[in-house]
Write a protein that binds this ligand. Structure first.
Ligand code: ATP
Ligand code: SKM
Ligand code: MG
Length: 169
């Protein structure tokens, strides 16, 4: 069992939103590792960061991704920082991984004040810029398909993913 597609990309890329569109189109279940972690912990990601710290969250995330990759055969959205873990990078090899690419301007518009996104606390624009710069090469390296989401609607992005995944099948 393996997910039909795994979505990666930074906060505001639209992973959760586009995953729902893809699930509807293909009639597949949708899973989101942030939600799996929240359900198991019984609290939001932002509270896990405050109560237990980022390192603890990252350990939960490695386990949540590993489990979802073997258990889930639908559409899987990963948390924005999941691909930072080398073990997750290795686990993604062989999967259809879609990188939702987004620039600073669109990402900032989409995340607004960054509520519920602990890594954006403070200066949202500066934080987004730094994260995008550090992570873009990692997203690109794990991806088998890269889709530009800038200035595009979630439906448009989903349509491109559907076309390209079906072409590659
Ligand atoms: N292509 C798009 N165009 C405009 N707005 C979008 C687009 N995709 C998503 N959004 C909006 O941006 C916000 C963030 O989207 P979403 O939560 O899907 O991002 P994410 O990649 O899952 O982020 P995170 O890593 O924080 O979970 C939502 O309000 C969503 O409606
Ligand atoms: O980009 C990140 O590091 C994060 C993204 C979110 O999906 C959450 O997993 C959390 O807020 C951390
Ligand atoms: Mg999300």
């Amino acid at each position: 069992m393996a997910p039909r597609v795994v979505l990666v990309g930074p906060m505001g890329a639209g992973k959760s939103t586009v995953a729902r569109r893809l699930g509807e189109h293909w009639g597949l279940g949708v899973r989101d590792t942030d939600q799996d972690i929240e359900a198991a912990a019984g609290k939001p990601v932002s509270e896990i960061f405050v109560d237990e710290g980022e390192e603890h969250f990252r350990a939960l995330e490695v386990a949540a991704v590993a489990t979802a990759l073997v258990e889930h055969d639908g559409v899987l959205a990963l948390g924005g920082g999941a691909v930072l873990a080398p073990v997750t990078q290795e686990a993604l090899a062989g999967h259809t991984v879609v990188y939702l690419e987004v620039g600073v301007a669109d990402a900032v518009k989409r995340v607004g004040l960054g509520h519920g996104r602990p890594l954006l606390l403070g200066n949202v624009r500066a934080r987004v810029m730094k994260l995008l710069e550090e992570r873009a090469p990692i997203y690109a390296a794990v991806a088998t398909i890269t889709v530009d989401t800038n200035g595009r609607t979630p439906d448009d992005v989903a349509a491109e993913i559907i076309r390209r995944v079906e072409e590659n099948a």
